[in-house]
Design a protein around this ligand. Structure first.
Ligand SMILES: [Zn+2]
Length: 185
């Protein structure tokens, strides 16, 4: 059975057995907060349990490294939608130790792309088109600094209201212990 077939197979009984009923809620976060965190597999269940939120409590944005790569990209847009349209009143950026984006190198990823059949000239064309692949793909050295950068980027955004607190934290992916990096109040 493929993974896709497995998902649909499970989904059929999930819906038939009305397993969704215990999860039903609405689109507004009852804890009025939007969280930006990493897509790390260890955080899928650990983060909500360690921070005490469940379905319906928060808006959750995830990507590689909990970073904002561009002030007018999809992460910043999602944060603004959460605040202006979905009643979030606080923001929290949660990085984590042992993140795959720590010391992540764009050159090693581009090498893997070449190994997977992407043509060298494609990469050259992108570089010639002034696309800064290295900056776009590069990770970070220190998770606390990365969280601080993300918090600053959010607070300095021209469309971000200045009465919304922006917090920064780091979570231990083994124990779930949270450390405060920035208290936004
Ligand atoms: Zn990570």
């Amino acid at each position: 059975m493929t993974l896709l077939a497995d998902i649909f197979d499970h989904n059929k009984s999930f819906v038939e057995d009305k397993k969704y009923e215990e999860l039903q809620t609405n689109k507004y976060p009852s804890k009025k907060i939007v969280i930006l965190t990493c897509m790390d597999t260890r955080l899928v269940e650990l983060l909500p349990k360690a921070m005490n939120f469940k379905n319906g409590d928060v808006k959750l944005i995830k990507n590689a490294g909990a970073t904002i790569s561009h002030p007018f990209g999809s992460v910043m847009r999602s944060l603004l939608v959460a605040i202006f349209e979905l009643k979030a009143e606080e923001v929290c950026v949660v990085g984590h130790y042992d993140c795959g984006m720590i010391n992540f190198s764009s050159s090693s990823m581009l090498k893997k792309a070449l190994d997977r059949g992407i043509k060298e000239e494609t990469i050259t064309t992108l570089l010639n088109a002034d696309i800064d692949l290295n900056k776009w793909l590069e990770g970070f050295n220190c998770v606390e600094d990365s969280v601080k950068n993300s918090v600053q980027m959010i607070k300095k955004h021209p469309l971000f209201p200045n009465n919304i607190p922006v917090h920064g934290m780091v979570i231990d992916p083994e124990t779930g212990k949270l450390s405060e990096v920035i208290n936004g109040y």
